[in-house]
Design a protein around this ligand. Structure first.
Ligand SMILES: [Zn+2]
Length: 404
C-alpha cells in the first residue's frame, strides 16, 4: 500500500529540522562515494542521480529562504528501509543547506559557543557570513528551521502513479530520472552505459538524429518511447517496458533496436550535411522506423523530393519534410495559408457568394466569418497561395472539396 506522509504533520512521519538534516553530513562524491545526511540515514545522492550542481545564485537563495524562515518548496524522500531514505526530489536544496551549515555533530566550538563549520558565505545584512560567523543564537534559529518533506513508501509502480498524479512542477529531476529511480537494476545499469553518458555511444551514433542531454536521460527516454510505441507521450509504454525489463540481465534489446533505427535512417536519408541535420535532428525517427521499415524506399527518389520541398516557398515547416516524404501527409508541412487581406478582397469580389462547383449550399450568400479560403488548384498540383488561386467557399463545400 502506497503511503505518503508529510514530515512532522502526520503519524509516524518525523519532524525534520535543518539540525536533523545536517547531522552526519558527509560528501564523498569526489571519491565516487556516497553523499549522506540525516544521521547517516539519508542517501542524498543515490546512484541514479546525476552530478548536477546548483549555481551560486540558486544556492544562496535557498540559504536566504531558510534564514528568513520563509517556506521552501516541499521535498520528496522515498523510504527504502527501516528508517532509511533516499532523496527523490530536493537534492540540490539539501546539499545547499548541508554545505552552508556543515556537520555540526563533528564541528569544533568557537569562543562564543558557536559551531565552526560550513563551507561558504552568503550576504547577511550587508556582510558576507559563513555559518561559523553567526552568533550561536543566529545559528540556533537557522538549525531549528523545519523542513517540509513528503516521505513516500510503496512499490515502484505506486510511486510512478503518484508522481504522475501530482505532476510536480519545478522538479529538479526530469521525468525519466524519476522513472530510473523507480526501476533500478541490472537492465538500467547496462542501458545507462550506452544511453546516458555525454559523448557516449548512443549520442555518438545518433548525433545527426537525436537531441537532448544524455546525462539528463533524454536519449534513454527517447529510445524507450520509440521501442514501446509511446507516441502520445502518456509514458505508459515506457513504464511498462521498464517494469518488464527491470530485472533483465542486460539492455541488449533496446541497444540493438536503437542501432537499427539509426542505421535505417542513415540508409534511407544518407544526405546529412549540416543544413540537413538542422532539419533531421530531433525528429521521431523511431516512429518513422516502426511504421516504414518494411517498405522498399528509394533514397535517391526521396532525396529529389526533399530538394524540391526545401525550395518550395509554400512549405513553411521544412522539418516536416522527412515525415511527409514517408507518409504523404500534407499536415506535417504547414503549407502556406491565405492572409486576411486576400480573403476579404476575394470575398468582396464574390459578393459573399460561395462559388463551389456542384455546391451543396446551392451557391448561397454567406457572411464573411462563415466562409473559408480555398486553393482553386491544390498545392500538390502546383497551386500557389496567391490571389489568382484563391476562392471563398462556405465551410460545408470547403470540407467536401478538401476531402475532410
Ligand atoms: Zn457552398
Amino acid at each position: 500500500m502506497m503511503q505518503i506522509k508529510l514530515s512532522g504533520r502526520e503519524d509516524g512521519a518525523p519532524k525534520i529540522t535543518v539540525r536533523d538534516l545536517v547531522a552526519g553530513y558527509c560528501d564523498e562524491s569526489e571519491q565516487e562515494g556516497p553523499v549522506v545526511g540525516y544521521g547517516g540515514k539519508l542517501n542524498i545522492r543515490p546512484a541514479f542521480q546525476r552530478n548536477f550542481v546548483y549555481g551560486e545564485k540558486q544556492r544562496n537563495l535557498v540559504i536566504e529562504t531558510v534564514r528568513h524562515g520563509f517556506p521552501l518548496n516541499v521535498m520528496y524522500w522515498a523510504k527504502i528501509g527501516n528508517d532509511q531514505y533516499e532523496v527523490i526530489d530536493g537534492q540540490q536544496r539539501t546539499i545547499s543547506i548541508c554545505q552552508y551549515v556543515g556537520d555540526i555533530t563533528k564541528a569544533e566550538i568557537g569562543e562564543q559557543g558557536q559551531y565552526l563549520s560550513g563551507e561558504f558565505s552568503i550576504n547577511w545584512e550587508g556582510a558576507p557570513k559563513k555559518f561559523s560567523n553567526l552568533t550561536r543564537d543566529q545559528q540556533n534559529e537557522f538549525l531549528d528551521y523545519e523542513l517540509s518533506i513528503y516521505i513516500c513508501e510503496g512499490t515502484p509502480n505506486e510511486k510512478i502513479t503518484w508522481f504522475n498524479v501530482i505532476n510536480i512542477a519545478g522538479l529538479e529531476q526530469t521525468p525519466q530520472e524519476i522513472r530510473n529511480a523507480n526501476y533500478t537494476g541490472k537492465w538500467l545499469m547496462d542501458a545507462k552505459r550506452f544511453f546516458s553518458k555525454t559523448g557516449g555511444p548512443a549520442i555518438e551514433l545518433g548525433k545527426n538524429l537525436v537531441t537532448g542531454e544524455a546525462n539528463r536521460q533524454k536519449i534513454l527516454e527517447t529510445a524507450l518511447r520509440w521501442i514501446s510505441h509511446d507516441y502520445d507521450n502518456s509514458h505508459k509504454g515506457i513504464e511498462e517496458y521498464m517494469a518488464d525489463h527491470q530485472n533483465t540481465e542486460n539492455a541488449d534489446e533496446i541497444r540493438g533496436y536503437y542501432r537499427n533505427v539509426v542505421d535505417w535512417a542513415n540508409k534511407v536519408f544518407p544526405n546529412q550535411t549540416s543544413v540537413r541535420v538542422q532539419l533531421m535532428k530531433g525528429l521521431e525517427w523511431g516512429r518513422f522506423y516502426n511504421q516504414h521499415k518494411d517498405e522498399s524506399l528509394n533514397s535517391e527518389t526521396l532525396e529529389k523530393r526533399i530538394i524540391e520541398l526545401i525550395d518550395d516557398d509554400e512549405v513553411e515547416n521544412k522539418r516536416g519534410i522527412y515525415e511527409y516524404v514517408l507518409t504523404g501527409d500534407e499536415r506535417t508541412l504547414s503549407l502556406r495559408t491565405f492572409d486576411e487581406k486576400t480573403k476579404i478582397k476575394k470575398y468582396n469580389e464574390q459578393k459573399g457568394i460561395c462559388v463551389a462547383k456542384n455546391a451543396v449550399c446551392g451557391n448561397a450568400h454567406f457572411e464573411y466569418g462563415e466562409m473559408e479560403a480555398d486553393h482553386i488548384k491544390p498545392w500538390r498540383l502546383g497551386g500557389k497561395t496567391d490571389y489568382a488561386n484563391c476562392q471563398m467557399l462556405c465551410k460545408d463545400d470547403n470540407r467536401i472539396k478538401s476531402g475532410k
